[in-house]
Structures are given as structure tokens and as C-alpha cells.
Design a binder for this molecule. Structure first.
Ligand SMILES: Cc1ncc(COP(=O)(O)O)c(C=O)c1O
Length: 441
């Protein structure tokens, strides 16, 4: 008698319930048992270099982080931050404010990345309502963006997910993104792509009525959509345009933030000057589910300058064990200079991929920044027609055999090694992926 499998997994095709047993399920997914540094091991003891999700920044089973969490767990395993506090929220907020640039004044903690984006959207709505601009209730985000899975953050996600749930928040508009590999508008230069998209953004704002737009949401590098890079100049141009119309900017650095791209915050480097910055994955590096939003001094003034209340949050946000994990993870990233390390390692991997794969008939693009890396596969390099589902399924199998766990999605392989990945581990990744691709012919 086979036991039927009782779990529904996120973003995962579930086979028909009548046929799904624990045995069949475990036969088709990797079941992990333990992790150590950049490596995870399945129930058969097979090792994989863990490059999925962009969450682990200091690797798995880091004893310093575990020790800090254990001590906190023993001292105070839970404390609400709703009209109470504990000793770690303030130092963690101070650290984030110091690391992410001088424009932010306050921090609000959430339980994940979606919650951070949702909070950012609410902060902006409250801000405009309190200023008598309640009509500003529309959000604009870019084609291909992934901002999360809650009702609001899912409504500004333009990646074909919303369609499964019917109507989301009304009036969430979609602007074209200056994707450097697949630029819209028939232009080929980065400047041309930025120019086209900026004009389209302005047209959208004008058409919708500038006085009705609350915020533009930006992912400085689109993560889930395939590590999509955009021209650097685009971001300050978006800021100038939005300022002209009194529109706020939310920067979603849930994936890019806190060291992964070689910078603590790409918004800071790109001159995006957001009103709210959302971070999550690198905050605790996977040791605890957590996110945060940082709000600008101006927004803080507007919402709390004369005292105020945010009627939003979750029972467990600002959890002391999560704060202990985050403080230790950020300490390690800072002390060990991991953003710089990520920049150097990432460039090395890109160079090695270019040497090994430039002539591969199906490798259309090799791209990334820091340790956000992607290979985009095409049937034909001239037409850029994407590879089909079966091609990707076979490649995923070969990568699995090579001991590499990455995210394969829509013809793009995403690789996010931990920020402290070693040179040997980078070689393992490049050689393993190259061998897997050579086997594809
Ligand atoms: C840019 C971005 N925003 C938001 C999210 C949602 O974060 P979470 O999965 O923690 O809810 C993600 C997740 O991949 C993301 O990449």
C-alpha cells in the first residue's frame, strides 16, 4: 500500500492526486537532507553545488550564525514587536540604514520578500492618502518583473502568474523594460532601449493621468525573469521622470540587495533614489524567513513626522531569532568583504563561461553581475528563438548528474552561488555546466 503524498509545493507542477504517492514524488524531485557551505546532500548522499534561489549568502550550516541563533533562542525565543520590543530590532535597523545608503531613516521588518513589497506599496498609499492625494492609487511596474505572491505584490508582477488568479489589484500598469538581450521597440543599442522604454513609461503615465499614479516599482536586475540586465542610465532617468510627476519609486532589491551584485544596494549605485527599498533574501541568508523595508527620510517625515501609526504587519515580524541571524549574517558579509568577493568571483565565472561556451550553438547570452548569473538558451542565435520545454528538461537532468542545483526557467539557467563561494567551487560550476551543455549537442 503506497501512501498518497500530502504536500502541495509552490511553483511546482503536482501530478494527478490519484496517482501521487510519496514514492513517485521522491522519484521525481531532489530531496535534500543536509547542507554544508556551498554544498547540499540528498538522501542518497549525492552532493550538489547549491546555486538556487539567491538565498544562501554565507553558505549553509555556518556555525557563527547557528551559534547566534541558538543563544537568542535560549534567551528569548519569541517576542512581539507590536507595541513592545526586544533588544535586536534597533541594532539590526541601524545596521541596514548604515549599509544601504544615507537616504533612509526607518526600517520595518516583514516575514519575506513578498511581504516587504506589499508593505512598500501600503506605505506609499498611506503617504498619498495622508497628503490628500488619495487619487494616487495606481502602480506601474515593468514587463517581466516579479515582485511577489501576495495580493498587492502579485498584482504588480508581470510574468504570466497573475492570470491564474483572475483580477488582482485594479490599475496595475505594465511598462516595457529595456532588456539588453531582447530590447523592445526594435532598437539594438542600450541607450536606444532605455530611451524607448522611458518614452513608453511617460506615455503610460500621461495616458493614465499622472495625478493617479502612486509609484513605479523597479527591480534593478530582474531576477526571476532571468537575471535581466538593463542600461545603467535608465534608473536615474526613471527617477527624474517620476519626480517630475510627483510619483514615488519603490526599489525591489529582494534578490539584488545586501551584497549579491557586488553592492549593498544597486539602487544607490544606479542613482535610483527610491522612497522605499525592499530587501529579503540576503538579510538572513536562509537561516530565518525575513524581509525588511527601508523608508526614505522624506517618507518617514510624511508618515511619522507628527506621530503616526502603520496599521499593517504580522504577529511574528521582527522575530528575535531572525534578527539574531540577520545581525550575524550581515556581520560576516561586511567583515569578510563578501560584496567585493562576489564581484570578483562572478566576473571570473562569466569570463570562464565566455571562453568555454561562446561557440555553443544554443548559448545565446552569458550575463550577470556579481553572483547573479544566467545563461540564456536559444534554438538559433540569429533569431533568438527560445529552446523548447523538452530541451530544458534534458539539460536539467544533465546538470543534476553533474551535481549542480540551479534554477532553470523559460530557457534560462539562473545561478546564484553563495557570496563566499571558493575558486574551486566556481571551477566546478563552470566545468559542470559546460559538460552538461556539451552533452546536449
Ligand atoms: C525581486 C523579487 N521580489 C520579491 C520576491 C518575493 O520574495 P519571497 O519569495 O521571499 O516572498 C522575489 C522572489 O524571488 C524576488 O526575486
Amino acid at each position: 500500500m503506497h501512501k498518497s503524498y500530502p504536500v502541495v509545493h509552490p511553483f511546482t507542477w503536482m501530478p494527478p492526486s490519484g496517482t501521487l504517492t510519496t514514492d513517485t514524488w521522491l522519484g521525481q524531485v531532489t530531496c535534500l537532507e543536509r547542507g554544508d557551505g556551498s554544498w547540499v546532500y540528498d538522501t542518497q548522499g549525492k552532493a550538489y553545488l547549491y546555486t538556487t534561489t539567491a538565498v544562501p549568502t554565507v553558505g549553509l550550516s555556518n556555525w557563527r550564525v547557528i551559534q547566534a541563533m541558538k543563544e537568542q533562542m535560549e534567551r528569548l525565543s519569541f517576542a512581539s514587536t507590536c507595541a513592545q520590543t526586544h533588544g535586536l530590532v534597533e541594532p539590526l535597523a541601524d545596521k541596514l540604514l548604515r549599509l544601504c545608503g544615507s537616504r533612509y531613516a526607518k526600517v520595518f521588518f516583514t516575514n519575506d520578500g513578498s511581504g516587504a513589497v506589499e508593505t512598500a506599496m501600503r506605505l506609499i498609499r498611506q503617504h498619498f492618502i495622508s497628503r490628500g492625494e488619495a487619487k494616487r492609487d495606481k502602480f506601474i511596474s515593468f514587463d517581466g518583473s516579479f515582485h511577489g505572491t501576495t495580493y498587492g505584490s502579485g498584482s504588480v508582477t508581470h510574468l504570466g502568474i497573475r492570470e491564474m488568479f483572475g483580477r488582482g489589484l485594479e490599475d496595475c500598469l505594465c511598462a516595457p523594460a529595456p532588456n539588453l538581450y531582447r530590447p523592445p521597440g526594435g532598437v539594438s543599442s542600450p541607450e536606444g532601449a532605455a530611451d524607448f522604454c522611458l518614452k513608453e513609461l511617460e506615455r503610460l503615465i500621461e495616458e493614465a493621468g499622472p495625478e493617479t499614479i502612486a509609484a513605479v516599482l523597479v527591480e534593478p536586475i530582474q531576477a526571476v525573469n532571468g537575471v535581466v540586465l538593463m542600461p545603467e542610465s535608465f534608473f536615474s532617468q526613471v527617477r527624474t521622470l517620476t519626480r517630475q510627476y510627483g510619483i514615488a519609486v519603490i526599489s525591489d532589491e529582494v534578490t539584488t540587495g545586501l551584497g549579491r551584485t557586488g553592492h549593498w544596494s544597486l539602487s544607490e549605485k544606479y542613482g535610483l533614489e527610491p522612497d522605499v527599498l525592499a530587501v529579503s533574501k540576503g538579510l538572513t541568508g536562509g537561516y530565518f524567513p525575513m524581509g525588511a523595508v527601508l523608508m526614505s527620510g522624506e517618507l518617514d517625515d510624511s508618515l511619522f513626522g507628527s506621530g503616526g501609526i502603520l496599521l499593517h504587519g504580522s504577529t511574528q515580524c521582527g522575530h528575535p531569532v531572525g534578527c539574531a541571524a540577520a545581525l550575524e549574517v550581515l556581520e560576516i558579509i561586511e567583515r569578510d568583504g563578501l560584496p567585493d568577493h562576489a564581484a570578483v568571483r562572478g566576473q571570473g565565472i562569466l569570463d570562464d563561461f565566455a571562453d568555454a561556451l561562446a561557440d555553443h550553438p544554443h548559448v545565446g547570452d552569458i550575463r550577470g553581475m556579481g553572483l547573479m548569473l544566467a545563461l540564456e538558451f536559444v534554438k538559433d542565435k540569429a533569431t533568438k528563438e527560445p529552446v523548447d520545454f523538452e530541451w530544458g528538461r534534458r539539460l536539467s537532468g544533465h546538470l543534476h548528474d553533474e551535481g549542480i542545483l540551479g534554477n532553470y526557467f523559460n530557457g534560462i539557467l539562473l545561478m546564484y552561488p553563495p557570496l563566499n563561494v571558493s575558486g574551486e567551487e566556481c571551477d566546478f560550476l563552470v566545468h559542470g555546466v559546460t559538460r552538461a551543455l556539451r552533452r546536449m549537442g
